[in-house]
Design a protein around this ligand. Structure first.
Ligand SMILES: Cc1cc2nc3c(=O)[nH]c(=O)nc-3n(C[C@H](O)[C@H](O)[C@H](O)COP(=O)(O)OP(=O)(O)OC[C@H]3O[C@@H](n4cnc5c(N)ncnc54)[C@H](O)[C@@H]3O)c2cc1C
Length: 261
């Protein structure tokens, strides 16, 4: 079995694990020489299941393009085939990494516009962590707005690092970063900066733009959507209604999307 796998994948080692809570995990693996990616892309990772058969799943790369190791951020899905195995990972364990890179949700899809909105639900924040760890987007855009929508505040992983980045942007940055957190299932009364509700509702009622202090416009705004397919579908409709169009392979547009399931 390994010969067939080795033709398309490499065997990497877990170097670091961070558990944000019982269900959310960030882990790093060794990075093979020549594995170069554009922030926003994803890997396909393989783990052996209970019966020894390999299970492959897509994972957005959260590390920056120049880091020595590859980082991923995942949720443990109850009874999930892959994530039940991922939950057991320890430093030193083996993870298979497909040699091919995947994904088109990268900032270079936008040929014009100067404000980048990144809308994520849950673990869909992953590609945006990579994008923000790379100076390129900070130099390309004048405004960066990251909206992280979660059900409960305990799912707001990476918040400290993001705040630190906002307060001390990479050298050469021209962009200002605005961070918005939207919590849908908890009252936000005790958190003045936190929005309450789903991203789509906050977009529809104008609260997102108000909180960012920035209107969405056809000329300036370019938008990335990642995570829950319902959020993406509902947001796509809202953007369409405002005259915005998806980027197509050869055609520029206003938004790009990536569904996680
Ligand atoms: C392009 C792409 C990139 C992805 N990147 C990531 C990533 O960076 N981090 C990540 O955690 N997952 C990511 N996923 C999802 C991931 O590939 C697996 O689907 C997930 O880990 C569940 O696998 P499983 O075998 O444990 O569950 P399965 O038994 O395959 O169950 C799948 C079900 O789990 C639920 N589910 C899957 N992913 C998520 C999620 N992220 N959040 C909440 N519920 C979910 C859905 O209900 C889905 O129907 C990505 C998917 C795609 C297509």
């Amino acid at each position: 079995m390994n010969a067939a796998i080795e033709s398309k994948a490499t065997r990497e080692t877990v170097t670091d694990i961070r558990r944000w809570n019982e269900r959310l995990i960030t882990f790093r693996i060794t990075r093979p020489a020549g594995y170069s990616f554009v922030p926003g892309q994803y890997s396909r990772l393989g783990l052996a299941g209970e019966d020894g058969a390999m299970i492959w799943r897509a994972y957005s790369i959260t590390s920056g393009p120049d880091e020595d190791t590859l980082e991923y951020y995942g949720i443990i899905v109850p009874n999930g085939l892959f994530t039940t195995q991922m939950d057991k990972l320890k430093v030193g364990d083996e993870v298979w990494l497909e040699k091919n890179l995947y994904g088109f949700m990268t900032a270079d899809r936008f040929t014009d516009g100067n404000e980048l909105w990144m809308l994520a639900t849950g673990t869909g924040i992953g590609p945006f962590i990579s994008i923000l760890r790379d100076p390129a987007a900070w130099q390309r855009f004048s405004r960066l707005v990251l909206v992280h929508g979660v059900r409960h505040a305990e799912e707001l992983s990476y918040a400290d690092e993001l705040r630190a980045l906002r307060d001390a942007p990479p050298a050469g940055a021209k962009a200002e970063l605005t961070l918005l957190q939207a919590v849908s299932r908890e009252a936000a009364a005790d958190h003045a900066q936190r929005l309450h509700g789903r991203i789509t509702t906050l977009l529809e009622n104008g609260e997102l733009e108000r909180a960012a202090g920035l209107p969405l416009t056809l000329d300036h705004s370019r938008i990335m959507l990642c995570g829950n397919p319902d959020m993406i579908e509902d947001t796509r409709k809202l953007l369409h209604a405002r005259g915005m169009r998806p980027c197509r392979r050869m055609k520029p547009g206003h938004f790009v999307t990536e569904n996680y399931w």
